[in-house]
Design a binder for this molecule. Structure first.
Ligand code: AMP
Ligand code: GLY
Length: 421
């Protein structure tokens, strides 16, 4: 097939790498990054209507959308109107991520377990609800805020201040003029992904992300500093509860809403005393979760996404490798505050055969400048290791990190700690 991947991060690189290794397809990236050009061809057509015309002219058989913004902007609708096959949710279904108010109302309407909340655009209503709560209190801006729209307030005053700053537009502009105020859930967090075709779904092994920049979950939130899967923190009972209480009612509910969900349903779960409670939905793969999940699939990734895009998931028997994956993000020195000043990336020649066969790099914030691969982003790349145990996979991921050099590099040293305690 001719396959087009939208996005430029490590997530899109990892989808591309998995498909590249199938040895059967031509890959295109829009816009891609400084390393995706070793897997396929980077193109640069930002307008979705023009891109759809290009896709038709170039006989693209399947388009895969990495990030949320094009989904919320309706790229899937535009491609479908042009008769193209594309894997991802419509703009209407992408509201599950685009609007926290929409998402919480769907969860409530279809009886899916989530934190008690109110949604409001009114300061007094927010204050009155906050007065009834015990701290910590969670305040969320409605719209997309690049992962920054959630405040966990330690006092009522702090919660009220956050609510006022969002509602006035001072904090996040229009994205904050509606808010969700909700109870704090104390448990452990999981990333669960369901590949959906509107009706049928396939669940991937549960992963854990590491959102804070520093070891021991300290410092500011980031896009994610590392991930591993499958996590032993999930047993069959929890998977079953997530399927019965969350995925099935969500797919049914979205059909009833007239916005059947096709694409990747990313379920942010907090497990509280053995019960999965939904924190949020995203409508795409997590990054860096994707970087470890793609290589764990034995089923060809292109087949999974093609069947997802053409309502044939019921005909697919998904196979997962009997292994663990651990991904360690190597970021620039000042991440998450700023990107790297361009710094050349040097990867030592790997002589250890075990390491060579059980690890690889997924490139993210990189550019080619004068033919050299340079770190230019916040999250620069992900070192991914595999093994028969989490420890083995983690050791390989860190061994690979030791082979990678660029000025200012940093990474967490405790990825997968919750599974290795
Ligand atoms: P969200 O953008 O909704 O995923 O929130 C970002 C992060 O804030 C989540 O990944 C959680 O770690 C944390 N968070 C969000 N909502 C809650 C909640 N109700 N209780 C505890 N932590 C939360
Ligand atoms: N790693 C979490 C996310 O992609 O939102």
């Amino acid at each position: 097939m001719n396959i087009l991947i939208l996005g430029s991060g490590g997530r899109e690189y990892s989808i591309g790498l998995a498909i590249y290794k199938e040895n059967a397809h031509n890959l295109y990236f829009m816009p891609g990054n400084g390393a995706t050009d070793t897997l396929g061809i980077n193109i640069n057509i930002k307008d979705y209507n023009e891109l759809a015309v290009w896709a038709k002219d170039n006989s693209i058989d399947l388009t895969i959308v990495g990030p949320e913004a094009p989904l919320v902007d309706g790229v899937v609708d535009i491609f479908k109107e042009n008769g193209l096959t594309i894997f991802g949710p419509s703009a209407a279904a992408a509201q599950l991520e685009g609007s926290k108010v929409y998402m919480k109302n769907i969860l409530k309407k279809y009886n899916i377990p989530t934190a008690a909340f109110i949604e409001t655009s009114n300061e007094k209503e927010a204050y009155d609800f906050i007065d009834t709560m015990t701290e910590p209190i969670v305040v969320k801006a409605d719209g997309l805020c690049a992962g920054k729209g959630v405040i966990i307030a330690q006092s009522k005053d702090e919660a009220k201040k956050a609510a006022s700053e969002m509602l006035s537009g001072a904090a996040f502009g229009d994205a904050g003029t509606s808010i969700v105020v909700e109870e704090y859930l104390d448990g452990y967090e999981l990333s669960v992904f369901a590949i959906c075709d509107g009706e049928n779904y396939k669940v991937l092994p549960a992963a854990q992300d590491h959102k804070r920049v520093g070891d021991g979950d300290t410092g500011p939130n980031t896009g994610g500093m590392g991930a591993y899967a499958p996590t032993p923190l999930v047993n069959d009972e929890i998977y079953k509860k997530i399927e019965e209480r969350v995925i099935k009612p969500t797919l049914k509910g979205m059909q009833q809403e007239g916005a059947p969900f096709e694409g990747v349903l990313f379920i942010g779960v907090m497990v509280v005393r053995g019960e999965p409670i939904i924190l949020e939905y995203n409508v795409r793969f997590g990054d860096p979760e994707c970087e470890i999940l793609m290589p764990l699939l034995e089923t060809p990734v292109s087949e999974l996404f093609y069947k997802g895009a053409t309502k044939q998931l019921d005909k697919l028997d998904i196979k997962i490798k009997d292994e663990f994956g651990v991904g360690v993000v190597m970021a620039s020195g000042n991440y998450p505050y700023s990107s790297s000043t361009p710094a050349e990336i040097i990867v030592d020649k790997i002589v250890d055969n075990d390491l060579l066969q059980n690890s690889h790099i997924s490139y993210a914030g990189v550019e080619k400048i004068d033919g050299k691969l340079m770190a230019t982003g916040g999250r620069v790349l992900v070192c991914v290791g595999f093994g028969k145990s989490i420890k083995e996979a983690r050791d390989r991921a860190y061994a690979l990190c030791g082979q990678v050099h660029f000025a200012g590099k940093k990474c967490r040293s405790d990825i997968a700690y919750q599974a290795l305690k």
